[in-house]
Design a protein around this ligand. Sequence first.
Ligand SMILES: NC(=O)c1ccc[n+]([C@@H]2O[C@H](COP(=O)([O-])OP(=O)(O)OC[C@H]3O[C@@H](n4cnc5c(N)ncnc54)[C@H](OP(=O)(O)O)[C@@H]3O)[C@@H](O)[C@H]2O)c1
Length: 290
Amino acid sequence: MKSLNIILLGVAGRMGLSNLTYISKHGDLFRLAGVLEHVGHRFVGKKLGEVFNALTLSDYQKEMVVVEQLEQLGELHDQSSAVVIDFTKPAATLAHLEKLAHLEKAKKKNAKLKWVIGTTGFSDKQKEVLMQHSCERAIVFSGNFSLSIALLMHFVNQAARVFPDSDVEVLETHHREKKDAPSGTAFMLADAAKKGRSALGMDAELVCGRKGSDAKRKKEEIGLAALRGGSVVGEHSVCFFSDHDQIALSHTAHSRELFSVGAFQAARFVASCESGFFSLQDVISDKLAN
Ligand SMILES: NC(=O)c1ccc[n+]([C@@H]2O[C@H](COP(=O)([O-])OP(=O)(O)OC[C@H]3O[C@@H](n4cnc5c(N)ncnc54)[C@H](OP(=O)(O)O)[C@@H]3O)[C@@H](O)[C@H]2O)c1
C-alpha cells in the first residue's frame, strides 16, 4: 500500500503525542509531512528529535521542525495528496481551515488538503461552518475516533429497533478532571438509540440524570447518567431493560492510542474523497455492510 502523507496539528498535545507515536510505529503506511503548533508555542522552530527525545522516531522525523503557520509546510500544492489530522480546539480548527481555503484560492488550486477532525466542543453554528468547508474539501469529523464506539453505535441502533419496548439507559464513567457531563460519546450513543427508535416511528426524548419526587421514568425516555472519579479513561454502557431481561452494550477505553488508530484509518478513507462531510461510521461502512 502506498504510504500516505500526514500533517499533524497540535503535535505537542496529548492526542498530538499519541498520533506522533502511532506514525512512528507505522512508517510503512504513513509518512509525516508536517507538524504544527500554535503561534508562540515553545516547540515552534524546534526539531521533533529535540522535543520528543523519548520517542523512537526515524531520522527524517527527528529532523522535522515544528511550524506555527500552514504556509510554512512547504509548497501546499505538493501536499494536495496529504491529510491533516487535527486534535486541537474549535477556534484553532476553524482558523486553520479558513486560512487554508484562502491560501488555496490565492494559488487557484483545485486539489485540496483533506482533513480529519477529532477536536470536540464545536457549537452548532461552528459545526455549520465545518459543513460549509466540506463542500470544497473532504472532512471526516467524529467526537470519538474509537472504532469500537463506531461499531457500538451501530449495535445500539439495531438493538433500539429490535427491542422497541425496552427502557434505554446510557451510563458513562470518566476521570475526575473531565469537564463536560454527560460525555459527548454518551450523547452519540443516545442519539444512535434515538435514531433506531425513529426508524420505528417513535419519538424518543433524551433525559440527563434524574432527581426529585416526580422523576419517574417515561416510556419514551432515553436516560443518560454520568459517574466521575479517579483516572478512568472512559467507560460507556447502553442498557436495554425489558420486563424479562436486560442487555448491556459496553465499551471501556484503556489508552488514547485507540483514537489514533481510528483517526489514521479515517485519514486513509478521506484521502480518496474529493469533498463531503463524513463520520467514522462512513469510514467503517464497508465492513458493516452485509
Ligand atoms: N475525537 C476523539 O476521539 C477525541 C479523543 C481525545 C480528545 N479529543 C479532543 O481533541 C482535542 C485535543 O485533545 P487533547 O487531549 O490532545 O488536548 P491538548 O492536550 O490540550 O492538545 C491540544 C493541542 O493543540 C494545541 N493548539 C492550540 N491551538 C492551536 C493552534 N491554533 N494550532 C495548532 N495547535 C494548537 C495546544 O497547544 P496549547 O496546549 O499550548 O494550547 C495543544 O498542544 C480536544 O478537543 C479533545 O476533546 C477527541
